[in-house]
Write a protein that binds this ligand. Structure first.
Ligand code: PMP
Length: 368
């Protein structure tokens, strides 16, 4: 969709990336790191000052102690952390539980490791996990359960009860949790993100994945990290070392310096995105489009079923051609594509972009 948006000049509100400038102070920190000569290989595990800043952030947000030496590894975006974790813990003939709709990086990494995904569909509108079904899916060859929380593209967040259910299910098993928590700081309406790291039992069997791309609005910097117990990190690093070895040094130094100036820079993220979510929701009121509740992430689903019964892929195609608006249909996030009338919109956009998108949708709805 992004390629088509670029080719046709359509407004792109589909793919998840901000279209507004970053904090000039962050840019200055990164530039300074380059000017100061921080341009050679970083340590394989990541720059120590940044690992210390991450440990401090986890202490503040989740109340958990993490050892920056043995439990934190900087990666090339959250994507590399997911990939390296899957290669480290999944072997040929083993399987991984994935909840659909699922972020598209999971399945190829599992297949490359020789494994198979067991995909459990979650149904709109609330996309809740049926834990009995999960219990019936996990077997002796299940090595990972991938839990994306807050969830892209469902825009839901897992409850403490969900984490409890997961912990109970895994108690007798040799199975780990790969927790994709890249949207940790984007939770709405006073909700709290509860990390697997804050659950004492899950802490021991989980690898949690985060991304500065989301937290600092810099998706192109490709700086993410994986947090796990020393034993799991030891295995994780065996892959990371020969996958990317180490990641972009000046940006790690730049982020570390920035977090020192602004240790609470991430604190207003929920408010920032909640205002954008509400701007879009208000602008689309009365248009015939329905916006299901969004609990977190920087996405918002759009239900067009009152306007058309077309499949979502076809509707998105018509929208880009007729309204010049690129969105993402939801059904391709499932292995067995259900009949859905839902599109995903990204709210990490300037207010003017969101209002322009709303206007295009409204004009389209009137013509429909
Ligand atoms: N997980 C999810 C659910 C995501 O939405 C994304 C980014 N779109 C990632 C992981 C990857 O993050 P990064 O850009 O840091 O690789």
């Amino acid at each position: 969709m992004s390629r088509r948006a670029a080719q046709t000049g359509a407004l792109n509100i589909g793919q998840g990336f901000p279209d507004y400038p970053i904090d000039p102070d962050l840019a200055a920190c990164a530039t300074r790191a380059m000017q100061e000569g921080r341009n050679q290989y970083a340590p394989m595990e990541g720059v120590m000052e940044l690992r210390e800043a991450i440990a401090a952030k986890l202490r503040d947000t989740q109340g958990v102690g993490v050892d920056p030496v043995n439990e934190i590894t900087l990666t090339c975006g959250g994507t590399e952390a997911l990939f390296s974790a899957i290669q480290a813990f999944v072997s040929s003939g083993e399987n991984v539980v994935v909840f659909d709709p699922a972020y598209d990086a999971y399945e190829p990494a599992v297949r490359l490791a020789g494994g198979q995904c067991r995909r459990i569909p979650l149904a709109p509108p609330d996309f809740r996990i049926d834990w009995r079904r999960v219990a019936g899916t996990i077997d002796d060859r299940t090595r990972l359960v991938i839990l994306n929380n807050p969830h892209n593209p469902a825009c839901t967040i897992a409850t403490r009860e969900d984490l409890e259910q997961l912990a109970q299910l895994l108690r007798p098993r040799d199975c780990r949790v790969l927790a994709d928590e890249v949207y940790e700081h984007v939770v709405f309406d006073g909700r709290q993100h509860v990390s697997v790291l804050a659950h004492p039992e899950l802490r021991e069997r989980s690898l949690a994945v985060f991304s500065f791309g989301k937290t600092l609005h810099v998706t192109g910097w490709r700086v993410g990290y994986c947090v796990a117990s020393a034993a799991l990190t030891h295995e994780f690093r065996k892959v990371h070392q020969f996958n990317t070895f180490s990641i972009v040094a000046p940006l790690q130094h730049g982020i570390a310096a920035y977090l020192q100036h602004r240790p609470s820079s991430w604190q207003d993220l929920s408010g920032f995105f909640q205002r954008k979510r509400d701007l879009l929701r208000n602008a689309l009121q009365g248009t015939g489009f329905v916006l299901p509740a969004a609990q977190g992430t920087y996405f918002q689903l759009l239900d067009y079923s009152a306007l058309s019964r077309e499949a979502d892929v076809d509707f998105a195609d018509r929208l880009i051609r007729a309204a010049g608006l690129a969105t993402i249909p939801l059904s391709p996030f499932y292995r067995d594509r259900p009949q859905l009338m839902l599109l995903r919109l990204c709210i990490a956009k300037q207010d003017a972009t969101l209002l322009d998108a709303a206007e295009r949708l409204q004009t389209f709805a009137v013509a429909a």
